[in-house]
Design a protein around this ligand. Structure first.
Ligand code: NAP
Ligand code: F7E
Length: 351
């Protein structure tokens, strides 16, 4: 008997030019999805992370970019109406916590109202029965609630970013209950990798260490070295997004590694990859990190990198995801740091 040809599933990814969006596009294309990517118009190229997905315009391709913006309702409705996705992954956001103190209103517009706009589009277009929705929620909504944080921990965001994302978290829950939309919050803790933006602390450090190793720079300036984060590997976390939308029932899940370390510790581990042992001396803004072999100062503190409010310690408890999704992290922090440093050295050698 002839096998019935199955239509490809269609996924729409907002924020496809970002770290997670680009990795998720790769992941879904491998799973034989047709992927629609929402990208913003910009005056310089912003598609470096997805350039490999564009092929000859004449050839059939399962990746299709659309221009769009989370602050533009009519654009979102039009894209969703014309593509009728089976799954929407809302990964677009002003995602930098420190920057959100400088651009609080824009952050609320894109991160909070942007989420509402997509949910409304699903409702207006009557796609509740067809389209599943994934929301990129974040451990920042826990703020300074005591670790380990899980789905039952209280929310105390400490930044305009965390506060905007908390609105998005609740509106997802509201729409799930009120309109029966298959909508999930993935409460993801920090996740990193070679594609991480260069202003987030992990990539800033791995890149600086690569430059110091290649004699292209002498020092890296950082802010609060004592903040603790639960840093996971982005590719592991992408898998969990898809898994949430394949369940029978929509729900919210914490995705984390269960381990945390300080920024200071991350600095030490990163220098170790290139054979440098970092020691510390001094206090507060005068603290420095130096090469214990030759006393060369490699890390200094710059007060401009401190935030008006800080989240001191995030460490997630991912038991629910482990039990229900059968998800667990696969790559360790040390393996990830090594991959990031070696990748930065490779990029710098080419430039
Ligand atoms: P990212 O690298 O900063 O990517 C953000 C993406 O959103 C980029 O493609 C960006 O476009 C796009 N974007 C920004 N404003 C937009 C707007 N107004 N309309 C449409 N698109 C817009 O962030 P990421 O690390 O991949 O994170 C993905 C999502 O997960 C974000 O929502 C973030 O808040 C959330 N999250 C991240 C982490 C993490 O540790 N990475 C943890 C928890 C939650 P451009 O390329 O044009 O700037
Ligand atoms: O800061 C400290 C800083 O900017 C981490 C986003 O993906 O994860 C990310 O937010 C820590 C903070 O990430 C510097 O004060 C010290 O305590 O890398 P970050 P973040 O704020 O944790 C969450 C889960 C998200 O959802 C966000 O979208 O590092 N720190 N010195 C520094 N941070 C930066 N950026 N630069 C420094 O020089």
């Amino acid at each position: 008997m002839k096998k019935k040809k199955q239509n490809k599933k269609i996924a729409l990814i907002t924020g496809v030019t970002g770290q997670d969006g680009s990795l998720l596009a790769d992941f879904l294309l491998k799973k034989n999805y047709k992927v629609i990517g929402l990208k913003r118009r910009s005056s310089t190229f912003n598609t470096q992370r997805i350039d490999h997905l564009y092929t000859d315009i004449q050839k059939p391709n399962n990746f299709k970019p659309y221009y769009g913006d989370l602050t533009d309702s009519s654009n979102l409705i039009r894209v969703i109406q014309s593509t009728k996705p089976d799954e929407i992954y809302n990964l677009g956001a002003q995602s930098h916590v420190h920057t959100s103190f400088e651009t609080p209103e824009y952050t609320a517009n894109a991160d909070a109202l942007g989420t509402l706009r997509i949910l409304e589009a699903i409702r207006i277009l009557n796609l509740q029965k067809k389209t599943k929705f994934y929301q990129a929620s974040t451990s920042e909504i826990f703020g300074n609630s005591k670790p380990p944080q899980n789905e039952n921990t209280s929310f105390r965001p400490e930044s305009p970013y965390g506060t905007a994302k908390l609105y998005a978290y609740w509106i997802v829950k509201n729409y799930r209950k009120a309109y029966d939309i298959f909508a999930c919050n993935g409460i993801l803790f920090n996740h990193e990798g070679p594609k991480r933006g260069e202003t987030f602390v992990t990539r800033k450090i791995t890149r600086a260490v690569a430059e110091i190793y290649l004699n292209k720079r002498r020092t890296v300036f950082l802010g609060n070295l004592n903040a603790k984060r639960d840093w996971g590997y982005a590719k592991d976390y992408i898998r969990s997004m898809w898994m949430m939308l394949q369940q029978k029932k929509p729900d919210d899940y914490v995705i984390a590694t269960g381990k945390s370390c300080t920024v200071r510790n991350f600095v030490e581990k990163t220098f170790k990859v290139v054979g440098i042992n970092i020691a510390w001396k001094g206090k507060g803004l005068n603290e420095v990190g130096y090469n214990s072999k030759n006393n060369q100062v490699l890390v200094k503190i710059d007060k401009n990198y401190f935030r008006p409010n800080e989240v001191y310690h995030l460490r997630g408890d991912y038991k629910k995801a482990k039990k229900i999704l059968k998800w667990r992290p696969k790559i360790s922090l040390d393996e990830m740091i090594k991959e990031m440093v070696l990748n930065d050295i490779k990029i710098l050698k080419k430039s």
